[in-house]
Ligand binder design. Structure first.
Ligand SMILES: NC(=O)CC[C@H](N)C(=O)O
Length: 356
């Protein structure tokens, strides 16, 4: 059945419904990874977004148990050029089972060209090429984070005894982040994003992880100052939205990128070693480099393509952050060592706490 992707400026692209045919609205973004569509669709950072896949054939290896980054697809919709959807474990059935709509047979190259030249834009799926839109979703709302965060704390035991305890503040975390901590020998408590700092502290964390998540980081501005006393004394790692929130908390500013970084082959340079890592990325906002007080923050990583801020280390407090995804999934694992760096730091601080 014919369906349309209608942009907020009125430009319309046609295709056929896949998944659950239903009207939906969201920011239209594109991702360039050749594989990993299931991980992308279940990454909670895509909540509120319609994801366009630039790779021309999507669905060819079906859906695989255990590969999801959360319980269900969290993106608002998907746009593909050619869908290979067949079978019980096929992508089309899986999307339908989870009530997610999509369009196939779309000229995705033209969609990407539009976003690249005109910037991030919202759009709608409809059976009507000229639908009436009553209101567009607002990325500056805390509802995106709230819609994907846990409601109550969830404890994940360690594989080893005497493990360090990480409290993961959940803005929409990917399972691979939790997995990386557990594989590194930690026990982890995932807590709702809205938990007050005193409650987080009462769990006696040895380390804090500020997770990835959807929306504009400035949606979190009313809360950022509350987290400052915690991260000043407990080793902290921020990933993606978590990186942006921590930068905001210490006076930096964030801005929307022209069309985002989403894909599995974004080159990032570690400035101290001059190593270039291929990284997995998914972000539409970035920390403004000219807003960084270099007496407060050290710039540790930058994007090779556009020079944008990709990693920070606080000069006074035990905080470091990455705009990219060290847990990969999907994508290369060049940056996975960041988890070990964090865990080493947490374990060292714990030793001092216990033995003085
Ligand atoms: N993956 C993320 O955490 C994304 C962060 C934020 N929502 C952005 O688009 O920039």
């Amino acid at each position: 059945m014919d369906a349309y992707l209608v942009f907020e400026d009125g430009e319309t692209f046609s295709g056929q419904w896949i998944g659950s045919p239903k009207e939906t609205l969201g920011e239209v973004v594109f991702t360039t990874g050749m594989t990993g569509y299931q991980e992308v669709m279940t990454d909670p950072s895509y909540a509120g977004q319609i994801v366009t896949f630039t790779y021309p054939l999507i669905g060819n290896y079906g859906t695989v148990m255990g590969e999801s980054e959360s319980d269900a697809p969290t993106c608002t919709g998907v746009v593909v050029s050619e869908l290979f959807g067949g079978g019980e474990n096929g992508l089309a059935v899986w999307l339908d089972r989870h009530g997610v709509p999509g369009l196939s047979g779309v000229d995705t190259r033209a969609v990407v060209r539009k976003i690249r030249s005109q910037g991030a834009m919202r759009g709608m799926f409809s059976s009507n090429p000229r639908p009436t839109v009553t209101g567009w979703p607002d990325p500056l709302s805390a509802e995106w984070v709230d819609s994907v965060s846990v409601r109550t704390p969830v404890f994940h035991p360690a594989k080893v005894s005497d493990a360090s305890h990480i409290v993961l503040i959940d803005f929409g975390y990917k399972r691979s982040i939790l997995q990386s901590l557990i594989e590194g020998g930690c026990q982890v408590t995932v807590v709702p994003w809205f938990w007050p700092p005193q409650k987080i502290e009462s769990l006696d964390p040895d380390g804090l992880l500020f997770s990835n998540g959807p929306g504009d980081p400035k949606a979190m501005l009313p809360w950022v100052s509350g987290w400052v006393p915690l991260v000043q004394k407990i080793p902290t790692l921020g990933i993606c939205l978590g990186h942006q929130i921590l930068a905001l908390a210490f006076g930096a500013d964030t801005q929307r990128l022209p069309f985002g970084h989403r894909g599995s082959n974004h080159p990032v340079k570690e400035l101290a070693t001059e190593e270039v890592w291929m990284t997995s990325q998914n972000h539409g906002y970035a920390v403004c480099s000219d807003s960084l007080d270099l007496a407060v923050w050290e710039l540790t990583h930058s994007h090779v393509n556009d020079g944008s801020v990709e990693g920070l280390a606080h000069r006074q407090y035990p905080i470091f952050t990455a705009q990219f995804h060290p847990e990969a999934h999907p994508g290369p694992e060049d940056a996975a060592g960041l988890f070990q760096r964090f865990i080493d730091r947490v374990n060292a601080a714990k030793e001092v706490k216990v033995y003085g």
